[in-house]
Design a protein around this ligand. Sequence first.
Ligand code: NAG
Ligand code: NAG
Ligand code: NAG
Ligand code: NAG
Ligand code: NAG
Ligand code: NAG
Ligand code: NAG
Ligand code: NAG
Ligand code: NAG
Ligand code: NAG
Ligand code: NAG
Ligand code: NAG
Ligand code: CU
Length: 559
Amino acid sequence: MGMAWPRYFILTVFFLPAMVQAGIVRHYKFNVEMTNTTRMCSTKPIVTVNGKFPGPTIYAREDDTVLIKVVNHVKYNVSIHWHGIRQLRTGWADGPAYITQCPIQPGQSYVYNFTITGQRGTLLWHAHILWLRATVHGALVILPKLGVPYPFPKPQREVVVVLAEWWKSDTEDVINEATKSGLAPNVSDAHTINGHPGPTSSCVKHGGFNLNVEGGKTYLLRIINAGLNEELFFKIAGHKLTVVEVDATYVKPFKIDSIVIAPGQTTNVLLTTDQGSGKYMMAASTFMDAPIAVDNLTATATLHYTGTLATSPTTLTTPPPKNATSIANNFIDSLKALNSIKYPAKVPKNTVDHSLLFTVGLGINPCPTCKAGNGSRVVASINNVTFVMPTISLLQAHFFNIKGIFTTDFPGNPPNVFNYTGPGPTNLQTTNGTKVYRLSYNDTVQVVLQDTGIIAQENHPVHLHGFNFFVVGKGLGNYNSSKDPTKFNLVDPVERNTVSVPSGGWVAIRFQADNPGVWFMHCHLEVHTTWGLKMAFLVDNGKGPNESILSPPKDLPKC
Ligand SMILES: *[C@@H]1O[C@H](CO)[C@@H](O)[C@H](O)[C@H]1NC(C)=O
Ligand SMILES: *[C@@H]1O[C@H](CO)[C@@H](O)[C@H](O)[C@H]1NC(C)=O
Ligand SMILES: *[C@@H]1O[C@H](CO)[C@@H](O)[C@H](O)[C@H]1NC(C)=O
Ligand SMILES: *[C@@H]1O[C@H](CO)[C@@H](O)[C@H](O)[C@H]1NC(C)=O
Ligand SMILES: *[C@@H]1O[C@H](CO)[C@@H](O)[C@H](O)[C@H]1NC(C)=O
Ligand SMILES: *[C@@H]1O[C@H](CO)[C@@H](O)[C@H](O)[C@H]1NC(C)=O
Ligand SMILES: *[C@@H]1O[C@H](CO)[C@@H](O)[C@H](O)[C@H]1NC(C)=O
Ligand SMILES: *[C@@H]1O[C@H](CO)[C@@H](O)[C@H](O)[C@H]1NC(C)=O
Ligand SMILES: *[C@@H]1O[C@H](CO)[C@@H](O)[C@H](O)[C@H]1NC(C)=O
Ligand SMILES: *[C@@H]1O[C@H](CO)[C@@H](O)[C@H](O)[C@H]1NC(C)=O
Ligand SMILES: *[C@@H]1O[C@H](CO)[C@@H](O)[C@H](O)[C@H]1NC(C)=O
Ligand SMILES: *[C@@H]1O[C@H](CO)[C@@H](O)[C@H](O)[C@H]1NC(C)=O
Ligand SMILES: [Cu+2]
């Protein structure tokens, strides 16, 4: 032929990619400051971002770079985690104190700098040090790229719904008191919906959050559990919820009465206002199917159709009982990845390079000063290792090759085999350690998280930083490595960043270690994190050009 390619063809082939809209840079400023606030009819100072509870919502689009300057105006050390953001090669911006950074000390500031790649949906940000997360949290909304629609009907309006817990006392006093005694900390005094408990017996005059809607429309609710210690049911009187996304990954839509949402998880639902008019109660209440003390107050809010008189009665709803495991499972078992051509579920299917079994649960260690605990304290562990926080961050120790901060001998299997979900061994002690599990770049990892019955079986929502994982299997009792994998779903398992290990059972997750760095994995019940239910994966750099950790920013806090 010998003919030159027409100019438009060259343009299309070689220049179109550069013309696709790249992300923009979004700037935020977070002032961490004390703010007086009234919730349960009493005023108390709390730590907030920009004076708000819940804190400000961060909006960005897929491919955007987000720069958040965090300025610490309080007496506590502070760090902030962008929960669920992959942080590809930018572990310095992940946020957990002493894991990826030293804390931002009083009077200091730090600019978190990350680019959102391959993600869209609802996530959250929260403090990742002490118990500051109780009041230092907010929504992180990632819109699809400009011009890219949702894989569901476009909603009339989007509404962020942040669920949380409220203590009348200062939450640092609550955890310090527990650490001193060796016993469990006090449970919260109320739950909140967008910062408000709704009317309670101790504060009847508080009206609660009001969501005004028009009849005959569809709304997208971006629901977040930002609470510290309790999984929650959420429901709305007279309305079904159509679930379309969890943890910023699309799912096959399904309709349900009640969702369950663990701390650190998010759920997007479509709400169709098909009732014409009226006022309807929204309710958030605890899910706990173990004999453990919980806050049993239901937070309430109101769905208010326009044109409905303020004086007209509200249609009430009864939340599921706290031990309603079957209602929780009905929701959890309905979650399947959307797995469409545009959003395929890239489940690691073939060779698993690391097949790990991690027991998660409690233990008891000696504590001579713990008077209330009779010389003992409750602890928690993964594979019997109670994680001890280092004095400088693991990522800094790794990157700058500082020896003596951590060891790489985190056990891939329980050090002792026992009937995990049985009453447990007679010796309830654990081992202390700052141990990581080391992975090569892009290894395929399977982790079976196995609950133990030591002290009590309990549901643990486990969160992995730096990755999404696929939830390929789940069961009750002890995981059986010859029988259970045959039932794994490797086609359309839900993809998330936080998964509940069922009380007295196990859950199997898979991920591709394609993000170099040090990545925290821990129970997202803050009480269990404090007790030591945490560990980290160290992922080595790969050999390719974009497979290494970037250099740390100049303002990275020092210890
Ligand atoms: C909060 O209120 C208390 C008592 O009214 C007052 O002393 C304090 O200065 C206030 N703090 C802030 C941060 O506004
Ligand atoms: C943010 O990080 C990118 C590298 O990922 C760098 O090019 C950019 O200069 C950084 N921005 C700021 C304001 O530090
Ligand atoms: C925890 O609860 C106990 C019993 O109600 C109470 O005496 C104590 O003051 C509470 N602690 C805090 C820090 O609120
Ligand atoms: C809720 O908890 C409180 C305090 O633990 C207890 O006194 C009360 O009986 C509980 N209420 C219900 C309905 O279980
Ligand atoms: C839940 O608790 C209630 C009240 O304590 C009890 O009657 C019921 O049997 C429990 N249900 C389940 C499924 O354990
Ligand atoms: C401590 O010992 C006393 C006296 O034997 C007992 O009443 C109490 O329940 C014990 N406390 C704990 C937390 O074991
Ligand atoms: C384990 O670590 C904790 C601090 O996290 C410390 O208080 C305790 O004494 C340690 N126990 C042992 C046996 O080293
Ligand atoms: C493990 O303990 C549970 C609860 O006590 C019991 O039902 C089960 O039979 C035990 N399993 C084995 C293999 O001993
Ligand atoms: C955990 O470690 C402690 C201390 O080494 C040991 O005594 C205990 O038997 C171990 N428990 C289990 C379940 O492995
Ligand atoms: C990681 O491994 C998977 C599965 O083996 C492969 O499909 C993928 O291309 C690899 N990614 C990189 C960045 O090497
Ligand atoms: C695991 O399952 C296999 C196949 O069903 C069975 O033969 C074996 O006894 C089970 N192992 C345990 C420890 O229950
Ligand atoms: C804050 O962090 C620094 C660095 O790790 C540490 O030296 C200091 O003791 C911490 N301050 C408080 C109040 O914990
Ligand atoms: Cu837990």
